[in-house]
Design a protein around this ligand. Structure first.
Ligand SMILES: Cc1cc2nc3c(=O)[nH]c(=O)nc-3n(C[C@H](O)[C@H](O)[C@H](O)COP(=O)(O)O)c2cc1C
Length: 387
């Protein structure tokens, strides 16, 4: 894995190892993908302020995220079907995060279940909730997260209806894959993946199958999912989730200052500034562009995390300079899984840590918690938000 020097190196490696439908599921955005691209490219508009002749010894990237110690200001964001990028993907990513000392988030739509991840790890992880119409199922899901000692719930607010991702439609994506000529030809050209999958603990949505009423097999699962994302979701559900869970609730999918205020007034313990990695509202701004105005609006009241386009340690530090307490990592974890399972995910973390550490030294900073607006130049992206 040490040959991979950048996240893109891991991405290229994953592309050669993961069947096309799953690689493209991770690697695409909705419609024209303009928001997906902007998430990463707009980091280039921010320039660092170099300082010299500052004692740069004894640097520290350690911080806390939602009350939990973290080896760096990074957590693994929730991603569906990690366990189809590589066999037992959720368990592998969770173990890599635990060993690295950063929080891991498990998606509702994971392949490995809450209980599988709890059994494979010893530290608490975060569980991400999609609000479904089946309330008894939601109650049980929250109770299961509690029983598994999850230390926070992430409520994702930006996916009650699915943004069209053309690659997935063309590839006929499903979990597990439907067997037809197209999918079989994708799988036989990735024998390492297929061999691993034969020994996988799970191959379908294990938080759902056997837990939701009348979902016992794949046919019933597909129709359940299609009808379940709750389009009537409103802010009052945050309070309901908080009461049931009894621990911190992180509200994810905030791009607007009023929504940020509403999330806070409805009890969010932290928010994630996010456009779902450019997979939902194409044409929405990049996360880094709206981060400063959201920090201005609610930064004094709540902890602000962000995600979208983080591909390097420099991106992470730029988000911190604009007021985020930490960032979530989406696709780089999936590329790492595809590239080399647990070792690939660890490599993604190492790449980010090394770059963040050296960049901090060149900024003349020794403690990542001191990174702030003084480390960057104001420019159009930063100034228009009042910085
Ligand atoms: C393949 C894939 C699956 C995802 N699944 C979920 C999910 O199940 N729940 C969720 O809240 N966010 C999900 N996300 C969004 C991520 O949590 C995160 O917001 C986004 O990936 C961050 O952008 P990045 O990929 O550029 O780092 C998913 C993202 C990807 C790429």
């Amino acid at each position: 894995m040490s040959a991979a020097l950048t996240i893109n190196d891991l991405r290229q490696r994953a592309r050669g190892r993961v069947p096309r439908m799953f690689f493209q599921y991770s690697d695409s955005g909705s419609w024209t993908e303009s928001t997906f691209r902007a998430n990463e490219s707009e980091f280039d508009e921010i320039r660092f302020r170099q300082r010299v002749a500052v004692d740069m010894r004894d640097r520290s990237l350690a911080t806390t995220l939602v009350g939990q110690p973290a080896a760096m200001p990074l957590a693994v964001g929730p991603a569906a079907i990690c366990g189809l990028q590589v066999a037992d993907g959720e368990i592998k990513a969770a173990r890599a995060a635990e060993k690295f000392g950063i929080p891991f988030s498990l998606s509702t739509m994971s392949i490995g279940s809450i209980e599988d991840v709890a059994e494979a790890t010893s530290k608490p992880f975060w569980f991400q909730l999609y609000m479904m119409r089946d309330k008894p199922f939601m109650e049980r899901l929250i109770d299961r997260a509690k029983a598994a000692r999850c230390s926070a719930l992430i409520m994702t607010m930006d996916l009650q209806i699915l943004g069209d991702r053309h690659a997935d439609v063309r590839n006929g994506l499903s979990a597990p894959p439907k067997f037809n000529l197209n999918s079989i030809s994708q799988i036989v050209t990735r024998p390492g993946w297929a061999f691993g999958m034969l020994g996988a603990k799970r191959r379908t949505f294990s938080n759902v199958v056997g837990h939701a009423q009348n979902v016992e097999d794949l046919g019933s699962l597909a129709s359940w999912i299609a009808g379940q994302f709750d389009q009537s979701l409103t802010w009052k559900e945050v309070g309901w989730v908080k009461d049931r869970f009894g621990g911190p609730v992180i509200v994810k999918g905030i791009l607007d200052t009023q929504d940020a205020q509403l999330a806070v007034s409805h009890g969010a313990d932290a928010i994630v500034v996010s456009n779902h990695g450019g997979r939902q509202l194409d044409g929405a701004p990049s996360s880094i562009r709206v981060l400063p105005e959201i920090v201005d609006a609610v930064g004094h009241k709540t902890e602000i995390l962000m995600d979208g386009g983080i591909r390097s340690g420099q991106h992470m530090l730029k988000a911190l300079a604009l007021g985020a307490k930490g960032v979530l990592l989406g696709r780089p974890v999936l590329y790492g899984l595809g590239a080399g399972g647990e070792a690939g995910v660890t490599r993604a973390f190492e790449i980010i840590r090394k770059e963040a550490d050296v960049t901090m030294a060149l900024l003349g900073e020794r403690d990542v918690r001191n990174i702030g607006p003084h480390n960057i130049y104001s420019n159009d992206l930063v100034r228009q938000q009042g910085h």
